[in-house]
Design a protein around this ligand. Structure first.
Ligand code: ZN
Length: 498
């Protein structure tokens, strides 16, 4: 009799997943309905469950079990893959001492608080000390995790297995010049009239409109729900319970609409993961970049396409009769797709967005090569915004303090946003060649063929393949920026008549 069976492994992983997802339910509640006085205890409750899951997973018995199964024969290919990936996770997490995990958690809690204060008071000095500590801790982490070429590789790899400075330097290097040239050409053209976006869009109608869009895209309301939160996000507890949030600004219907489509893209991925692999790697998303490829494919390639505006035009008239009585979908398409360099990443258009990411990438790379001190970030930030976007940053709140990521100690995260866009463009190009009449279907509000294709090509595989392997399998080519650039050239060439 073998000492450990695959069933033992499944059971162990399922219990660990129960703890992790129970913690996630509490987090979801924290962001949506938690009364103010429950906040302190809730932080503790979330931390206790997360720690219990971590302890179980990193216990020596887990390592023994995984090692024994990895060496034993008789597993199917999928079972082998699960065990191999779990063993990889185990080896990685084992390298990080528990004392470090505690220290990082308490430092990020403080750092977040300092960041909120610094941003509110427009005073970088209030965050500088915490930022310095976090960078030092993360440098320590790169030593634990290990790297060959560049310390920053360890953090990139943590968000997207196989992602390196070499890969990103090449992708961003190839994109930078053509992207800048396209931006320059666009800026010589007249600015599209977007006065039709400035109107009153009542809360209730926006909510109903958002719910309708979700339903049409294929989001399964029997496997999730939508609520209001300060910052839109997607959170999953199993394939049968994937929740999203949105926010509503009555002066701007675009904010709600495209953030809802973005979160729907994330949620459709999670709803499409194989439920029989619950708690196992094959039941999880492939990577941050692939996750972002799904949200961006739906948000941009579908949601910001000319065809999509043909679909939502009549709906907009119905839901917002006061604002859109005389709506011309074509004009709305151009207004929503206006390109203009701006200060804030999350409000950027599809083109200039990637300069915001490149700036953060350059800064993080410099921090982890010891060529930039955390205290010098404001000056370096402002300089890069001048160079890349021709923008003068008026203050740090709208400059280097705008994103929450660094206060969480999330270094190596930003590049996954751009990678997501590049994967999305490459996948959508393949989808357009494969699915006949895809554009017409989008125009008719028929999204099932695209969703089914993504289910087969991406969702069903979980973590079986790395981002790069998945890309090669789907598109027949390694990731490159050509499809993304071609997409932008075609789209904006027509909108701006270049
Ligand atoms: Zn996203």
């Amino acid at each position: 009799m073998p000492r450990f069976t695959y069933q033992d492994y499944r059971k162990k992983m399922s219990i660990i997943a129960d703890l992790r997802y129970a913690s996630a339910v509490l987090q979801w509640d924290q962001e949506t309905y938690l009364p103010a006085k429950g906040a302190a205890r809730r932080g503790q409750q979330v931390a206790t469950l997360a720690e219990a899951a971590h302890e179980r997973f990193t216990a020596p018995e887990t390592g023994e079990l995984l090692q024994a199964l990895a060496n034993a024969g008789g597993l199917t290919a999928s079972e082998q893959r699960n065990v191999a990936l779990s063993l990889e996770d185990f080896e990685k997490l084992k390298k990080i001492p528990a004392s470090y995990v505690h220290q990082l958690a308490s430092t990020t809690q403080q750092a977040f608080h300092h960041w909120v204060e610094a941003r509110k008071n427009n005073d970088f000095r209030l965050f500088a000390g915490s930022l310095q500590q976090l960078v030092e801790l993360k440098k320590q982490e790169t030593d634990y995790l290990g790297y060959t070429a560049h310390p920053y590789d360890a953090l990139l790899n943590d968000h997207d297995k196989g992602s390196t400075v070499t890969q990103l330097d090449q992708l961003f290097g190839n994109l930078k010049t053509p992207l800048k040239e396209l931006l320059d050409r666009i800026q010589k053209k007249p600015v599209p009239d977007n006065s039709l976006l400035r109107n009153k869009f009542p809360h209730e109608q926006q909510w109903q409109f958002g719910m309708k869009i979700l339903e049409r895209l294929g989001y399964d309301f029997e496997a999730g729900r939508q609520d209001i939160a300060a910052h839109p996000f997607t959170i999953n507890f199993c394939a049968g319970d994937v929740r999203i949030t949105t926010r509503i600004d009555e002066n701007d219907f675009t904010n709600m609409t495209w953030s809802t489509i973005h979160e729907a893209g994330h949620a459709l991925y999670e709803q499409g993961l194989p439920d029989d692999e619950y708690g196992l790697p094959l039941g999880e998303a492939a990577s941050f970049s692939i996750h972002e490829s799904q949200s961006r494919l739906w948000e941009n390639h579908v949601g910001r396409s000319q065809a999509f505006f043909r679909f939502i035009g009549p709906m907009l008239k119905e839901y917002f009769p006061d604002a859109f009585r005389e709506l011309d979908s074509e004009n709305l398409y151009r207004a929503v797709n206006t390109v203009s360099p701006s200060l804030i990443r999350t409000e950027a258009d599809e083109l200039t967005y990637h300069f915001h990411v490149m700036i953060r990438y350059e800064l993080e790379k410099a921090l982890f090569s010891n060529t930039l001190k955390p205290g010098d970030i404001p000056a370096a930030w402002n300089e890069l915004y001048r160079n890349y976007l021709g923008i003068t940053v008026p203050d740090n709140s709208n400059g280097c303090l705008q994103d929450v990521h660094w206060s969480h100690g999330s270094f190596g995260y930003f590049p996954t946003y751009s990678l997501g866009s590049f994967y999305a463009a490459q996948f959508f190009h393949t989808a357009s060649k494969t699915i006949s009449g895809l554009n017409e279907q989008i125009g008719n509000g028929n999204f099932a063929p695209l969703l089914n294709w993504l289910r087969e090509q991406v969702h069903a595989h979980g973590r079986r393949w790395t981002s790069e392997e998945l890309c090669l399998k789907i598109s027949g080519e390694p990731l490159n920026t050509r499809y993304f650039m071609d997409y932008l050239l075609d789209k904006y060439g027509k909108i701006y008549q270049l």
